[in-house]
Design a protein around this ligand. Sequence first.
Ligand code: B3K
Ligand code: ZN
Length: 875
Amino acid sequence: AAVIHRADYQPPAFWIDTVELCFDLDPAKTRVLNRMRLRRNPDVPVQPLRLDGEELNLARVLVGGQGTSFKLEGGQLVLENLPEGHEPFELEIFTTCAPAKNTKLMGLYVSNDSFFTQCEAEGFRRITYFLDRPDVMASYTVLLRADRRRYPVLLSNGNLVDQGELEDGRHYAKWVDPHRKPCYLFALVAGQLVCREQRIASRSGQEHLLQVYVRPGDLDKTEHAMNSLIDSVAWDEARFGLPLDLERFMIVATSDFNMGAMENKGLNIFNTKYVLASQSTATDTDYANIESVVGHEYFHNWTGNRVTCRDWFQLSLKEGLTVFRDQEFSQDLAGEASARAVKRIEDVRVLRTAQFPEDAGPMAHPVRPDQYLEINNFYTVTVYEKGAEVVRMMYTLVGRDGFRRGMQLYFQRHDGQAVTCDDFAQAIADANPGSKLAELLPQFKRWYSQAGTPRVQASARWDAAAGTYTLTLGQTCPPTPGQPVKEPVVIPVAYGLLDDQGRELASGLHVLTQASETLSFQGLQAEPVPSLLRGFSAPVVLEFDYGDAQLLALLAHDTDPFNRWEAAQRLALARALRFVAQPHEPVALDAPFVDAMRGILRHPTLDAAFKELVLTLPSETYIAEQLEVVDPPRIHAVREAMRQQLAQALQADWEWAWEAHQVGGAYRPDPVSSGRRALAGLALTHLCLAARASADPVWPGKAYQRFKDASNMTDRFNALSALVVSGHELARPALQRFHAMFKDEALVLDKWFALQAGAPDRGGNVLPAVRQLMQHPDFNIRNPNRARSLIFSYCSANPGAFHRPDAAGYVFWSERVMELDAINPQVAARLARALDRWNKLAEPLRGAAREAIARVAAKPDLSNDVREIVTRALA
Ligand code: B3K
Ligand code: ZN
């Protein structure tokens, strides 16, 4: 297979106007008749038609009803003797495929006796021969035929126009999608499903039918997903003037799914993890994730489906923008400013712990990549989350109303088209003449073309005699693979200056464009404290040599909640880095830091959710990113020791926090209640940790009691987790009991596996436990959720346990990557990325990790997916 380059884009040689698909669904052998109307693209030189296909059995090809000659070349079906001229002609292709054998979960596959499809990015070619590229948009008519008893529900995109009985206990359903679409948005579902439905009216009075389909027995877990969908429809109409354009909008849940969910036109297919919720099985975080993923897929209906991508290099056109939209949706639903800030902090935490490392490692790529071997490897945090930050910077530069105008112009210009990231940026800029974005557009667009996280170096000078404060802001960006030299980008820096009483002396937005710029402030009485990059106004690393006193002042007074949290992170990070660098000194937290933490925990007015974020130490991954050479077990030991000290030093405060944040009444996953439960949970963990030191059984006993009596999964799981994290002996019976209680709840069992695989390592005990859990009757490596819950939780989310000096973690990793690659290359390639940062590891880990990657790379029959990851890692 060859590397694909963005610069090689060519428009298609043919257009496909209409597609009629007829399916005879059978798990072993499904027959697909594909009747298309095509015509030559007049803008392209005359050439053969090359249709993509994969793992298909070809039975017949007819052109205009007549047999024709064809070739199969490298998987493609090549037709040379097609009618000349530009008149449309009819092409019929008859193929079969084997959905029951489809373990890759791309194309048409079977899960729990039902049929599902996944076509993005290039799965449609596993269903029929086609121009499998997003710039070919066609009108679809779909006829589904299947056994009535086994597959009573038959769904596809658009409107149901006909249904009825056939011979031999079979039945049929015919669907017509009123909207043209690229084939990656095609979907079908067939099986024994039940649905919750709701009729709604839009602002204009238009009626719509919303449906959420699940397996019988799961209906009582669909209320939250339905409510999230209703909220999404209303939000997009209110905030962006974008209405639902379909009579019927369906969501279907499946437990075998490679990712979170898929925005197929009118027929979204979801991982059960992002649909099913009840208070007894789902945590507050699950509820929040469902809301955001339901929103995300729904918002794709405009940003992705109505306007789609010209080619897959433009993926962030729809993904970055849609993540930005789902983030705004969740913030708007959260309501108050403080709850919005909590969501912003959570989003930035994801960006910095997952995207920054990606941008600094072997897989670094621009938001709009330039090349790929396997496009599925580029559904990344860079394309999604950094892409969303790029959209957010545009939003910051043109303002809320300006951004809405820009979106309107984007749809006016491009509705029904397949376009590029440039087209989007141009529309936002053109709708805002005179804005900084319009003025700086070519430079701004470097955010799309340059990989790597820019660093902003800030320094300050205080001239007491003149009362002048001067800030110098510089920017640099480290080289990334294939991009040795970087140009300056446009960096919106939101800032404020505080006096020593915490009063705000100045605030504003500085748009940094040069390698170095100076700002000065006159007439000040005393040296101010700078609050820089408020709200995380750009996806950069801010380097400023803050002193403790300044950070403590920001933590106490900043009006920007993001920077208040950030001040605490910086205080904790500075300490963690110091301890990591001094392996022979004891890890001892200083009183000012502990007192500041106590001050936040006991603060009379701050939200519980915000307190929980401030009192959570920076993650091991984030600490590791600050270092040139990384020893993950050492970082783990330092972070654990810091947490242990906070547990003991603040014991009375944690006790107060636990008591004061109990939530009574009916369960509600709203931001206030969730925040209280989160803080109480954090308190309980610290109390169990403190009990470890004193051997006092009271708090572990209380945790066990709470674990047994909890009336919701959040409290129950937090209590269980407190026992596991503190390593208390009650963890074992609690885990057993938890399994017995939820043995029939797949999503809860995933939590059970994940908790054990992610537990703090004590003398190397986690890997043997993981190996043993691989033998558990409930483990199944073919189910992506289950594989992720056990294998990924260990390899990707538990650095202290994974990076063992004996390299046994790496051996386990290489075995699993190769085992999974034979089943499901997409999942295998994700796992392969667990060793992305091997080059930074301290010896002997570094050498051992390299060897493990080389072992995988040496396997002869690797998928493109895994090959691309390991090749880049070793480059
Ligand atoms: N667009 C899909 C992701 C498809 C992934 C293909 N490997 C889900 C989403 O981003 O909404
Ligand atoms: Zn998306």
